[in-house]
Write a protein that binds this ligand. Structure first.
Ligand code: ZN
Length: 244
C-alpha cells in the first residue's frame, strides 16, 4: 500500500491545497492524517472539510481536542492559547461533530500512527534520543508515524540497540531496514518548525518499505493576510515565513 501521511495542517488552507494537489498527482492508495487539523491558522473549518473529504484514517491532535473543549488549554503557550480561543469561537457544529469522533491512535497494516507519542499522544514531543529510546522500549512497533513537533525526521533503533536520529532528505526514497525499528515524524503541512517554511508531508510505501519526504512552497503571504484580517497574533503569521 502507498500512503500519503499528512499532519499538523493547523487551519492553513493555502498549504493544504498545495499538498493535496501534490498528493493527487502521486495517487496514493490511502491518505492518512495524524491530527492538529485545526488551531493556529485562519481556516479551521475549511481544512477539516478537506481532510474529511479524503475519506482516509484521521487521528486527533492536541489542538483538535482543545478546539472542542476536550483538553485543558492552560498548558498551551500564550500565543497558542490566543489562537485556540479564536478557533473555539469559529469551529462549526459540523467540524465539532467530526473532531469528537477522532481516535487517539491507530494501527494500520503493521505500523502505528499517533499524533505526539505512543505513551502520551497529546503532550509528549519526541525530540531527542533518550525520549525515543524510552518509547522504543515501552512500545512494540516496527514503525511509528508521528507529527506534533512539526519537525520532520526519523529516530532509528538498530538490532544491536544503537539509537540514532536522522534527517529525511527531501524527495529521496529512504529504505526502512527490516532489522531496525523506526519513529518517523512527517513534519507539518501548515506550520513547519525546522527552519524550512515549505509545507511538509510523507509518502510511505509498505511494499517497498520506503519513505519519501515531500516539501512544497505555498503562498505564505495569502495565509498571513488572512491571519491579520481575522485578528490572529502577528507572531503566528510571521513564523510561517521563517518555518519556526
Ligand atoms: Zn501541531
Amino acid at each position: 500500500m502507498r500512503y500519503a501521511v499528512l499532519s499538523d495542517v493547523h487551519g492553513n488552507l493555502e498549504a493544504l491545497e498545495i499538498v493535496l494537489a501534490d498528493v493527487r498527482r502521486g495517487r496514493p492508495d490511502v491518505c492518512l492524517c495524524l491530527g492538529d487539523t485545526v488551531g493556529y491558522g485562519p481556516d479551521p473549518n475549511e481544512c477539516a472539510e478537506r481532510i474529511r473529504g479524503l475519506a482516509g484514517p484521521v487521528i486527533a491532535g492536541n489542538h483538535d481536542l482543545a478546539a472542542i473543549g476536550a483538553l485543558d488549554i492552560s498548558v498551551f503557550t500564550p500565543l497558542a492559547r490566543t489562537a485556540i480561543e479564536w478557533t473555539i469561537g469559529v469551529v462549526s457544529e459540523d467540524t465539532r461533530r467530526w473532531l469528537v469522533t477522532l481516535p487517539d491512535r491507530l494501527v494500520i497494516d503493521d505500523f502505528l500512527a499517533v499524533h505526539g507519542s505512543p505513551r502520551d499522544p497529546f503532550e509528549e514531543y519526541i525530540l531527542d534520543l533518550p525520549t525515543s529510546l524510552a518509547i522504543f522500549s515501552e512500545h512494540a512497533f516496527s514503525l511509528c508515524l508521528v507529527g506534533h513537533s512539526h519537525v520532520p525526521g526519523t529516530f532509528i533503533l538498530e538490532a544491536d540497540g544503537t539509537v540514532s536520529a536522522r534527517a529525511l532528505p527531501v524527495g529521496e526514497s529512504v529504505p526502512l531496514a527490516r532489522s531496525s525499528r523506526y519513529i518517523v515524524n512527517v513534519g507539518s503541512v501548515g506550520q513547519p518548525r525546522d527552519g524550512d517554511p515549505r509545507a511538509s508531508y510523507l509518502l510511505l510505501d509498505t511494499e517497498t518499505r520506503t519513505v519519501t519526504l515531500r516539501r512544497l512552497p505555498y503562498p505564505i503571504a495569502a495565509t498571513q493576510a488572512k491571519m491579520t484580517a481575522r485578528g490572529l497574533p502577528i507572531q503566528l503569521a510571521q513564523r510561517l515565513a521563517l518555518g519556526r
